[in-house]
Design a protein around this ligand. Sequence first.
Ligand SMILES: Nc1ncnc2c1ncn2[C@@H]1O[C@H](COP(=O)(O)OP(=O)(O)O)[C@@H](O)[C@H]1O
Ligand SMILES: [Mg+2]
Length: 336
Amino acid sequence: MTSTEIIKKLFIAFSKRDEDEFYRLAEELIELEKRKKHNIVAKELKEALYTRGQINNHYKRYRPTLPIPRDNDSGFPLLEIKEYHFSWDQLILSEKNKYVLELIVNELKSSEILATYNLSPVRKVLFCGEPGTGKTFTAQVLSSVLQLPMVYVRFDAIISSYLGETATNLRKVFDFIKNGVWVVLFDEVDIIGKNRNDHHESGEIKRVVNNFLQMLDNFEGDSLLLAATNHPHILDPAVWRRFDEVINFELPNADERYQLLNLFLKPIKKEAEIDLTLLSTKTEGFTPSDLKTMCKEAMKHAIVSGRDKLSSIDLDFAYSRFVSRFAVRKDKESKL
Ligand SMILES: Nc1ncnc2c1ncn2[C@@H]1O[C@H](COP(=O)(O)OP(=O)(O)O)[C@@H](O)[C@H]1O
Ligand SMILES: [Mg+2]
């Protein structure tokens, strides 16, 4: 079809109030522009299609009537759509990781210019690191600064008890995300972090991983696809080669711990005696999430004691409680 024919059919679809047909034709028109290498036009059309009047919201709009795909067996939704409003300064990472993330954002924001040189931005990124190091949070920050809604996919929600249904679920998720521009987070895809040749794994898991990687390979679209795993070491090169970028979330160093303590204790006034530098050296091995929990406990301790200023008593209390909890956790981990 030529663009004139598509536009004519679009008008007919509009007069018939046939929304499905309208969206299908609009997408076809956008594809046509893309084939003609009119990338900027295609992008503007896409934005126009999914922007609903900008009512009180700076987010690019997704098609609101789009049904959320569900598992056939359990009926549970396979994904959630979320919007976030975080900023870069709420995220404390190593200089290197922050630099890579900023680069990803800049590339995505310059995708039209890059396209004119036949270059494409980073679109598929793998996050690895221990629980509590900020993988999920980083995805939320990216969604915020890119002003794109997040499609959140918990990997275990996709894995069905019925053989074969898992592949169908993956297909449904990938079909869904084609309908818009988003930050898509496949969270806790921990099975992909394991070596696929590990003989403990069942054939089914291998199939799921292969399936996922294949769909990732074939995905074309303007979304940013993120996958997060708690496995600090991705053993299998066949996995990480599929991604444009792999980011390792390491435990924060003393300087980063200082920044995190400062950030998490910002809501409360502090006695002059408080020494966050000392505390940052004492908290080696703490994840950012641990530090957050500890800071919340310290603040609560001060507030419920009727004080509006944080003192070293509160911090010492929260720190020692945390250290004992830490010991329990390490003990559990070593028994696993
Ligand atoms: N690097 C970080 N900088 C700032 N806050 C962090 C960071 N990492 C974790 N947090 C805080 O801890 C919470 C839990 O971290 P999360 O992103 O869920 O970790 P993960 O997904 O790696 O297990 C976050 O919501 C955030 O408030
Ligand atoms: Mg997480």
